[in-house]
Write a protein that binds this ligand. Structure first.
Ligand code: 1BN
Ligand code: ZN
Length: 341
């Protein structure tokens, strides 16, 4: 668009006056620092696509329809195949990282981390992760505590958001590499108060991947983990490990959420440290990674009411929350350019 000629004329007149005045008070040649000849900024403005919460919701429904995704079950095997196929459908390069892990109760679990690479040839990369397995028991429930849960929110929601982001990247190309990593066996840990350190009984897939990254020496710019990002009235505090090990990413994500009008969910408050998948990624793979996890303080644990109960079904999922999380992370990714966060 050209400015009307009288505006251009006024601009040049005022520039001439400024330059002439400067020349009068100082004999050095005038330097115009911020005029129309100044080169444009080198960071292009990218169009951020709209995150579709209906699509993310359907992705969750589909996972829940397979039944609980507990390792060594049919639901787990069928869901793994579907997740790989979805990534392939969106043009990603898929790696199924199969491994065996010891459950704390003694069973050997057959597990698979599912990795979808967007533009694997690009050196500047972002890691986006969630766990796709669901808990083998409902130990926070009052009934049927030995039955596995649906895990619509705890497991399903993070994956549902990431699959929608994979679809968006395929439809709206951007000049950054993205690795989607769906961790297995995050949620099969020992939650008893036995005075032992049981932290290593959780996040088995993340532990395996962090010791065996799909690219040797893998060093993405940053990682973002999504866990329990689909419940009603979420409270995403700035989680403790994220603040310590990836403060710039925390700032970027929470500021982006604020710019989108989501500060009521991405609250400007510091939260406790959670031993989630990102802990092992930070510790073992030395990747700065944050955890977006809802802790509205509805239970003693600080997690949502439906945490590790049979109420973690599709009725726990709120599309508004999916939109807030999905649009925020999508905006951060599309605004990451040439190695600059
Ligand atoms: C998060 C959601 N986690 C399991 N489901 C990890 C975790 C387990 C965090 C126990 C704190 C305590
Ligand atoms: Zn869980």
């Amino acid at each position: 668009m050209f400015a009307p000629t009288h505006l251009l004329r006024n601009l040049f007149v005022s520039l001439f006056v400024t330059v002439a005045f400067t020349a009068c008070i100082d004999d050095k040649p005038p330097v115009v620092t911020n005029g129309p000849t100044t080169p444009k900024t080198t960071v292009p403005q990218v169009a951020v696509p709209a995150f579709n919460e209906d699509s993310a919701y359907i992705n969750i429904q589909k996972q829940v329809d397979f039944g609980p995704r507990v390792p060594n079950t049919d639901g787990h095997r069928k869901c793994a195949a579907w997740l790989s196929d979805e990534f392939k459908r969106y043009g990603l390069t898929v790696i199924e990282q199969k491994f065996q892990a010891q459950h704390y109760k003694g069973t050997t679990f057959n597990c698979v981390n599912i990795i979808g690479q967007y533009k694997p040839e690009l050196p500047n990369r972002i890691l986006l992760a969630a766990h796709w397995d669901t808990r083998f028991m409902a130990d926070q429930d009052t009934q049927n505590t030995n039955k596995p849960i649906d895990g619509a929110d705890d497991g399903g929601s993070g994956v549902g958001v990431l699959l929608e982001m994979a679809r968006l990247l395929n439809a709206n190309p951007v000049d950054i590499g993205v690795d989607f990593v769906l961790f297995d066996a995050e949620d099969q840990g020992n939650d008893s108060d036995d005075g032992q350190d049981n932290s290593r009984t959780w996040c088995l897939g993340a532990q395996h991947w962090a010791k065996n990254t799909h690219i040797p020496g893998y060093a993405p710019m940053y990682g973002i983990l999504l866990d329990m990002v689909g419940g009603k009235n979420p409270k995403f505090e700035r989680e403790g490990l994220s603040r310590t090990f990836a403060p710039a990413i925390v700032d970027k994500v929470w500021n982006t959420a604020a710019s989108l009008g989501y500060s009521h969910a991405f609250v400007p408050e510091d939260g406790a440290a959670i031993t989630d998948d990102h802990f092992f990624v930070i510790q073992l793979a030395r990747i700065p990674m944050i955890d977006i996890i809802s802790r509205p303080g509805e239970t003693k644990s600080g997690f949502v009411k439906h945490w590790h109960t049979h109420d973690d079904d599709m009725s726990a999922i709120d599309k508004t929350t999916l939109k807030m999380v999905g649009q925020t992370v999508t905006t951060v990714v599309y605004n990451t350019y040439n190695g600059v966060l």
